[in-house]
Ligand binder design. Structure first.
Ligand code: ZN
Length: 139
């Protein structure tokens, strides 16, 4: 069995941002020379997510609107977590619903997606460096 492990770093200029990282993951799969296997991609932070969905601008605005309605950033006093002196309780909640990781099958050396599937990094508490782990295993 072969494996490769990589760490990607993201630093967004806004608190909330969705980034298509499919190309970066494809490059890692190519470097791995793995033909049949699986690729795990997970956020290493509890205020950001990895998820799969459509790369469609309207949908991304819908995600943002929906998440801000479920867990608005302000007023920060509405969350007990923020009593610790932090202000990111909303980002922890957004991360929980959007997920920690995704796993994609590798078939014939390529990410084996369904139609329209793309991989996204979801940042909910940006303005600082955040890491994403990518591990490819197989043969
Ligand atoms: Zn926190």
């Amino acid at each position: 069995m072969k494996s490769i492990t990589k760490y990607l770093t993201f630093h967004t200029e806004k608190r909330f941002k969705l980034i298509n990282i499919t190309q970066q993951i494809e490059e890692i799969v190519q470097q791995s020379n793995i033909n049949e296997g699986i690729c795990l991609i997970n956020s290493m932070h509890i205020t950001s997510s990895i998820f799969i969905n459509d790369d469609e601008k309207g949908l991304h605005l819908d995600f943002e609107k929906w998440l801000q309605k479920l867990a608005p950033h302000l007023p920060i006093e509405q969350y007990l977590h923020n009593d610790t002196g932090e202000d990111n309780a909303d980002a922890h909640l957004k991360r929980q619903i959007m997920g920690r990781e995704t796993i994609v099958a590798i078939t014939g050396g390529k990410l084996d997606f369904g139609p329209w599937e793309q991989i996204f990094y979801g940042e909910f508490d940006g303005l600082r460096n955040k890491k994403v782990l990518v591990k490819v295993i197989g043969e």
